[in-house]
Design a protein around this ligand. Structure first.
Ligand code: KE4
Length: 449
C-alpha cells in the first residue's frame, strides 16, 4: 500500500485507439425507455452520467476487467460496480457459489449457518469487529450504526464530514449549514429540519476544528462517522494524525467512533483502512466487496455496543433479506478468495503504474492535475492539489473531467462518471490493460491540454 500525490514530468503522448468505432444507439433507445418507468432512467443517480453529461451506457454483461454494453462496445472497467468487483467481474468461483446457494432456495426468513460463517470471516479479517449484524446495503449499515451509537450513548448529535458520503439515510442527507456551529440543514427535499439539526458537518482532515467542536459539545455527541479514506469526493487520504485525533476525542468524551469502510473494507487492504492506519474504531460499516457484488452490508464492532441491538438489546433494526443466503454465499467466497490469493501487492503495483502514467500524460499535456491513491482506489483530480478536503475537491475542473471521461469512453475505457468518485482496479486488470489505458489517456489529455 502506498499513499501518494503525484504530478510528475514525462514523455510525449502516443495516441492509440485500437477500439472499433464507439456506438451508442441501442443504449440511447434503452435509456429513453427506462426514463418512461424509472425516474432519470436509472435506479441510482450515480449511474445517470449527470456529472459528465450525455446519457448512460446500458450494460449487457461483464467478465474480468471488461464491461460489454448493448451496442457491442467492450470497455475496460474502472468502476467495478463502484467497488465490489475487486476480483474482476463474474469470477467463476463466486458465480458457482451464487448458483449453488440459489439452487437451495433464495431466501428463508430464518437463520442459516452461512451467516455465522460470514460473520466469523469478517471478524477474523477485521479484529475490531467482535460482533456484527448483516444488512442489505451500505446505507442500512451506516443508518443502523448511527442509531446504535445514539441508543447506546443516549445522545442525539453526531458528526460527519463535508465530502464524505454514507448512503441516503435522512440524517445523512445534510449539508453544512450557514451557521458557524456547522449545524446541518437538509440537503434534499423530503429531509426535515428535525432530522438535520442533530447532524454536525465538519471539514475533513481538520483535527483542530474537531477538537474545538468537542471542547464545546463533546458531551452531547453520540458518534463521529467518517470515511477513513474518502472515496466520495474523489480519493482523499487522511492527513497524518487526523484519524488519531478522532479516536482520542471519542475516548475523551465517550462518543462512538464509526469507520465507514463500505468502500475501503477489503479494498485498500484485506483488513480495510483501519489495518493501514492503526486506528481501532468502535464500529465499522461494510458493503460493496463484502457481498461480492450481491446486496449485502454489515455493521459491527465492540460486542458491548452491538449487544444493544434488538433482540439482544433494545435498539431496533430489522430486514427481510438481511443475511440473505445467496448474498452471504457470494460474500463468503469473495472474502475466502481474497484471504487465499492476497491480490493486494499486485493491485497496489498496477494502480501505482496507472497513476504514474495518468500523471505523466497530464503533465505532458500541460493539464493542471494531481493523482491521489490508496491501494487500488485512486482519483485523477483536475486540480493542482493536494486535495485534502471538500473545499479543495470542489474546486476541481468538472467540465474538463467530463471531456476526459467521454474521450476515454470513445477509446474503450470506462472511468467513474464523476470527478468526485474513485476509480478501482481489479485483480484481472493486466499490465497490458493498464498500459492501454495510459495510452488512451495520453491521447485524450493531449486534446484537452
Ligand atoms: P449503498 O447503500 O449504496 O450500498 O452504500 C452507501 C455508501 C456508504 N458508504 C460509503 C463510503 C459509500 O461509498 C457508499 C456508496 N457509494 C456510492 C458510490 N461512491 C454508491 C454508488 C451509488 O450510489 O450508486
Amino acid at each position: 500500500m502506498s499513499i501518494n500525490t503525484t504530478s510528475g514530468t514525462s514523455n510525449t503522448a502516443t495516441p492509440s485507439n485500437t477500439q472499433p468505432e464507439f456506438q451508442q444507439q441501442r443504449s440511447l433507445a434503452a435509456f429513453d425507455k427506462a426514463c418512461s418507468r424509472m425516474p432519470g432512467g436509472v435506479n441510482s443517480p450515480a449511474r445517470a452520467f449527470g456529472a459528465v453529461g450525455g446519457k448512460p451506457l446500458f450494460i449487457e454483461r461483464a467478465k474480468g476487467p471488461y464491461l460489454y454494453d448493448i451496442d457491442g462496445n467492450r470497455l475496460i472497467d474502472y468502476i467495478g460496480s463502484w467497488g465490489p468487483m475487486i476480483l474482476g467481474h463474474a469470477r467463476e468461483e463466486v458465480i458457482e457459489a451464487i448458483v449453488s446457494a440459489a439452487s437451495r432456495g433464495t431466501s428463508y426468513g430464518a437463520p442459516t449457518e452461512g451467516e455465522s460463517e460470514l460473520a466469523e470471516l469478517i471478524c477474523a479479517t477485521m479484529p475490531s469487529i467482535e460482533k456484527l449484524r448483516l444488512v442489505s446495503s451500505g446505507t442500512e449499515a451506516t443508518m443502523s450504526a448511527i442509531r446504535l451509537a445514539r441508543g447506546a450513548t443516549g445522545r442525539e448529535k453526531f458528526v460527519k464530514f463535508a465530502g464524505n458520503y454514507h448512503g441516503h439515510a435522512d440524517c445523512l442527507l445534510v449539508a453544512a449549514g450557514s451557521s458557524a456551529a456547522n449545524l446541518g440543514v437538509p440537503d434534499s427535499p423530503g429531509v426535515t429540519e428535525g432530522t438535520s439539526r442533530d447532524t454536525i458537518i465538519m471539514p475533513y482532515n481538520n483535527a483542530a476544528a474537531l477538537e474545538e467542536l468537542f471542547a464545546e459539545q463533546g458531551s452531547k455527541i453520540a458518534c463521529i462517522i467518517l470515511e477513513p479514506v474518502v472515496g466520495n469526493m474523489g480519493c482523499v487520504p487522511p492527513q497524518p494524525g487526523f484519524l488519531q485525533a478522532a479516536r482520542q476525542l471519542c475516548d475523551k468524551h465517550g462518543s462512538v467512533l464509526i469507520f465507514d469502510e463500505v468502500m475501503t473494507g477489503f479494498r485498500v487492504a484485506l483488513g480495510g483502512a483501519q489495518s493501514i492506519y492503526g486506528v481501532r474504531p468502535d464500529l465499522t460499516t461494510l458493503g460493496k466487496i463484502v457481498g461480492g457484488g450481491m446486496p449485502l452490508g454489515a455493521y459491527g464492532g465492540r460486542a458491548d455496543l452491538m449487544d444493544h441491538v434488538l433482540p439482544a438489546g433494545k435498539v431496533f433494526q430489522a430486514g427481510t433479506l438481511s443475511g440473505n443466503p445467496v448474498a452471504t454465499a457470494a460474500g463468503r467466497k469473495t472474502i475466502e478468495l481474497l484471504r487465499k490469493e492476497n491480490p493486494y501487492p499486485y493491485l497496489d503495483a498496477q494502480t501505482a503504474r496507472l497513476g504514474e502514467g495518468l500523471s505523466q500524460a497530464a503533465t505532458a499535456a500541460g493539464v493542471d492535475h494531481c493523482v491521489q491513491r490508496v491501494g487500488s482506489m485512486m482519483t485523477l483530480f483536475f486540480h493542482s492539489g493536494p486535495v485534502v478536503s471538500w473545499d479543495d475537491a470542489s474546486q476541481a475542473d468538472r467540465k474538463r473531467f467530463g471531456k476526459y471521461f467521454w474521450g476515454l469512453i470513445h477509446r474503450g475505457v470506462y472511468m467513474p462518471c464523476s470527478q468526485f468518485e474513485a476509480l478501482f482496479v481489479s485483480a484481472t486488470h493486466t499490465p497490458e490493460l493498464i498500459e492501454q489505458t495510459i495510452d488512451a489517456a495520453k491521447s485524450v489529455l493531449a486534446e484537452l491540454g
